[in-house]
Write a protein that binds this ligand. Structure first.
Ligand code: G4P
Length: 527
């Protein structure tokens, strides 16, 4: 184990911010970049508009729709730490790759709007975090606006996200009367001044019973704060870092991203407690980041970033060892050696060519179609990383060719878009028709648009009434064969040729499960 490698790994914090649209993810990201010196003036990148800068504005459709379809990466240094934020599109019509991005992070920060509480998108993303025991920190945002009682919010977080919570800061009033937060983690009082430009003032206090607190926030609010803190201590066990790292308890911070309030406290706690890159499971064995041999996997492919050059960028998460430019690595699926002359890192909102990268970092590799999602690169070892499942889509349409002259282009376009992970394709075994499954309506529009603009092909959507597609398998071959025969009209294969059952209602699915106890039904492609 080299010391340099160990040091670099210990510095890395790779995470994603997840939230329901409008909770303040973009604003918080902007403020974090501000603290990292990645942008210079607060408000220089207007909140919301960050999505429209070169960082993630790679696709024409994003410009058109003004929403971030892409997942981009932002790296910056903060003190001794190297921070990588992986952006996840918050739009409700988000794609599979939002889920998949979560497989490339070591922890997440969840942003919740204090008035709205936990919303659908957050709940769905949290399910993926729970599957993987990803450590979670929660930031309750918009305390400068009227909102719900913080104790109610905590209850809702526990219930809706199914995780224990532990407040590490506590608000003094809310909305027009908001005076600041008491930092439980570091024992201090942060006084609120509504301003987008200045950073809050921290008053160190030894103890919440200090008369200074009464002086600063007034006797009534000081008394309420003491009462609240006592209640918190009575109800919530003391914060246990180990439990956080195991994904069992989520520390909660309160603040206002727009006013840069509570953000530094969040960041300071985050760098201290959030995990550095962890060991990752490969099919063959567990891979430790500290190993000398390089390994990494492709978790996202972004095609045709520049419409003038038909190029893709494969986003590779480094799992172990040191990645170096112009060194030969093994592309395990094709069993070819490859070296990369122009790998890019994403620092301070810019793409730069890098000579080296370490576990936790993401490098972008220009690609002309060699990579697929989930591909592994290594120094030579045969490794396949696990944990890049496809999830059961929730919306389905038949895809048909609308321009018979362009059948080849359509086929190629569909294949590449599916490899990129935009959506999933199933082939119905009964009628041979191709079904596209997505997790959001927007994906159909994205596919249609990109097929036309990038491949010159036209598609038409036809409705199909489906509830869910799930992967089926069994140890009992006869039982599986009998099931497939009985359901032959509803059987399909995915792009790897695995059996998929298309259930047209929840009832049908429940019945199928009850009637076929020997057949296993899976809702993610990895089982
Ligand atoms: P998102 O990425 O999660 O979708 O949310 P985003 O940061 O874009 O924030 C959504 C809206 O909420 C923005 O207002 C933003 O200014 C506002 N906001 C974020 N944090 C706070 C906060 O702490 N307090 C208050 N009061 N508002 C906050 P907008 O009007 O939609 O956009 P803009 O015109 O301000 O850019």
């Amino acid at each position: 184990m080299s010391e340099e490698l160990n040091r670099e790994i210990a510095k890395r914090r790779t995470f994603a911010i997840i939230s329901h649209p409008d909770a303040g993810k973009t604003t918080l990201t902007e403020k974090l970049l501000l603290f990292g010196g990645a942008i210079h003036v607060a408000g220089a990148v207007k909140s919301n508009k960050i999505k429209k800068t070169a960082t993630s504005d790679w696709m024409e459709i994003e410009k058109q729709r003004g929403i971030s379809v892409a997942t981009s990466v932002m790296g910056f240094n903060y003190g001794d730490y190297k921070i990588n934020i992986l952006d996840t599109p918050g739009h409700q019509d988000f794609a599979e790759d939002t889920f998949r991005t979560l497989t490339a992070v070591d922890s997440v920060i969840i942003v919740v709007d204090v008035a709205k509480g936990v919303e659908t998108q957050t709940r769905r993303l949290m399910e993926v975090c729970r599957m993987r025991n990803t450590p979670v920190i929660i930031f309750v945002n918009k305390l400068d606006r009227e909102g719900r009682d913080p104790f109610d919010i905590l209850d809702e977080l526990e219930q809706e996200l199914q995780i224990s919570v532990r407040p590490l800061s506590w608000p003094i009033n809310i909305g027009a009367k908001f005076k600041g937060v008491y930092n439980i983690y570091e024992q201090g009082l942060d006084l609120f001044t509504p301003s987008k430009q200045t950073i809050s003032e921290r008053v160190e206090i030894e103890d919440v019973n200090s008369p200074l607190v009464d002086e600063l926030v007034g006797e009534t609010d000081a008394a309420k704060l003491r009462e609240d803190l006592e209640l918190i201590d009575g109800v919530y066990p003391e914060f246990d870092e180990q439990q956080y790292l195991e994904g069992k308890v989520a520390p909660v911070f309160f603040g206002s991203a727009l006013n840069t309030f509570g953000v530094k406290e969040l960041l300071d706690c985050f760098v201290k407690i959030a995990p550095a890159p962890k060991p990752i499971e490969a099919v063959e064995r567990t891979v430790n980041p500290q190993e000398e041999g390089f390994s990494g996997f492709v978790f996202k492919i972004h095609a045709n970033m520049d419409p003038n050059h038909r190029s893709c960028i494969a986003f590779v998460k480094i799992c172990s060892g040191k990645f170096e430019r112009n060194v030969n690595y093994r592309h395990v699926r094709s069993d070819k050696m490859m070296r990369f002359a122009a790998p890019t890192a994403f620092m301070a909102q810019k793409k730069n060519i890098v000579d080296e990268a370490y576990p936790g970092d993401i490098v972008g590799i220009p690609d002309t179609g060699n990579f697929k999602i989930g591909d592994t690169l290594t120094s030579g070892e045969l490794l396949h990383f696990k944990g890049l499942p496809s999830f059961s889509p929730e919306m389905f349409k038949y895809i048909e060719n609308a321009d018979p002259m362009k059948a080849k282009q359509l086929e190629k376009g569909i294949r590449q878009l599916m490899d990129e992970g935009v959506a999933q394709m199933f082939t119905n075994q009964f009628n041979g028709r191709k079904i596209i499954g997505t997790v959001g309506q927007l994906q159909f529009e994205v596919i249609q648009y990109r097929l036309l603009h990038e491949y010159g092909a036209q598609c038409r959507w036809e409705p199909i009434s489906l509830y869910k597609a799930c992967w089926v398998e069994s140890d009992d071959e006869a039982a599986l064969a009998a099931f497939k025969k009985r359901k032959h009209q509803f059987m399909a294969t995915d792009k790897e040729g695995r059996d998929v059952f298309l259930a047209d209602s929840n009832y049908v699915l429940q019945m199928a499960r009850a009637d076929n106890p020997k057949v296993n039904f899976h809702f993610a492609s990895e089982f």
